[in-house]
Write a protein that binds this ligand. Structure first.
Ligand SMILES: CC(C)(COP(=O)(O)OP(=O)(O)OC[C@H]1O[C@@H](n2cnc3c(N)ncnc32)[C@H](O)[C@@H]1OP(=O)(O)O)[C@@H](O)C(=O)NCCC(=O)NCCS
Length: 185
C-alpha cells in the first residue's frame, strides 16, 4: 500500500536522492525523456536537509521503496540552490491575476518525480493532495517550473489545477512557470 506523508528523516532524503539520480536529464535516454519526462536540478543531501529543516517535503512510500516525491522549497530556501536564483528573481517580475506574484504567500514545488513502476497510478495526484493538505493554511499559491518539452509533466500539472503564468527560454531549456491557486476552488 502506498503511503503519502511528509518526509520524516535522513533515510527518506537519501532515497529521494537515489530516485532523483535515476531521472536526471543527463542519464535518461532521449526517447524516455520525451515520453516520461526527466528532472533537471541535482540536489545534495546537505541541501535537502536544509530545505527539510525549513519545510518538509512530501514523499510517497511503498514499504521500503520510494514511489515518488514532491519537494517543498519556500522562498527562504532560495539561496541554497544558486542555479534557481534566476527563477526566484523572475517570479518577482510576474503578475498573478493582476497582482505581483511575489507579494502573494507562495512557495515553490521544487521538483516532482514518480518512480517508473508507479507512474500512471495516481501517485502524482496524491503527492499534490498532500502538498495542499499540509501547506494551504500557510500559502495561497504553489508555483513551479516545467520544461515545456516534458509534455507528460505539463499535462499532469494541468490536470491537478496548475495554470501557465508565462513561458521563457534560457540556456538549458524552454520553461513554463505554472501556478496552482488554492484560494479558488
Ligand atoms: C512527470 C511525472 C511526475 C508524472 O507522473 P505520472 O504518474 O507519470 O503522471 P500521470 O500518469 O498521473 O499523468 C500523466 C498525464 O500525461 C499523459 N501522458 C502520458 N504520456 C504522455 C506524453 N508522452 N505526452 C503527453 N502526455 C502524456 C497521461 O495521459 C496523463 O494525462 P491524463 O490524466 O490527462 O490522461 C512522472 O512521469 C515522472 O516522474 N517522470 C520523470 C521525472 C519528471 O519528469 N518529473 C517532472 C519534472 S517537472
Amino acid at each position: 500500500m502506498i503511503e503519502v506523508t511528509l518526509v520524516e528523516g535522513r533515510q527518506d532524503l537519501e532515497r529521494i536522492l537515489a530516485l532523483q539520480s535515476a531521472n536526471l536529464r543527463e542519464v535518461v535516454a532521449a526517447e524516455d525523456a520525451r515520453r516520461e519526462g526527466f528532472v533537471t536540478v541535482a540536489h545534495t543531501l546537505a541541501i535537502l536537509e536544509q530545505m527539510h529543516s525549513i519545510a518538509p517535503s512530501v514523499i510517497a512510500r511503498d514499504g521500503e521503496h520510494v514511489a515518488g516525491y514532491a519537494l517543498v522549497m519556500p522562498v527562504e530556501a532560495r539561496t541554497l540552490i544558486p542555479m534557481l536564483e534566476p527563477m526566484f528573481h523572475q517570479f518577482e517580475t510576474l503578475l498573478w491575476r493582476g497582482q505581483p506574484l511575489a507579494a502573494l504567500p507562495y512557495y515553490v514545488m521544487g521538483q516532482i518525480c514518480v518512480a517508473h513502476d508507479y507512474r500512471g497510478q495516481g501517485v502524482f495526484d496524491a503527492l499534490y493532495r498532500e502538498h495542499r493538505a499540509r501547506y494551504a493554511s500557510r500559502f495561497a499559491l504553489c508555483v513551479t517550473e516545467v520544461a515545456t518539452r516534458n509534455t507528460r509533466s505539463m499535462r499532469a500539472h494541468a490536470r491537478v489545477g496548475f495554470e501557465v503564468v508565462r513561458t521563457y527560454r534560457d540556456a538549458v531549456d524552454e520553461w513554463a512557470v505554472i501556478a496552482w491557486d488554492w484560494t479558488s476552488a
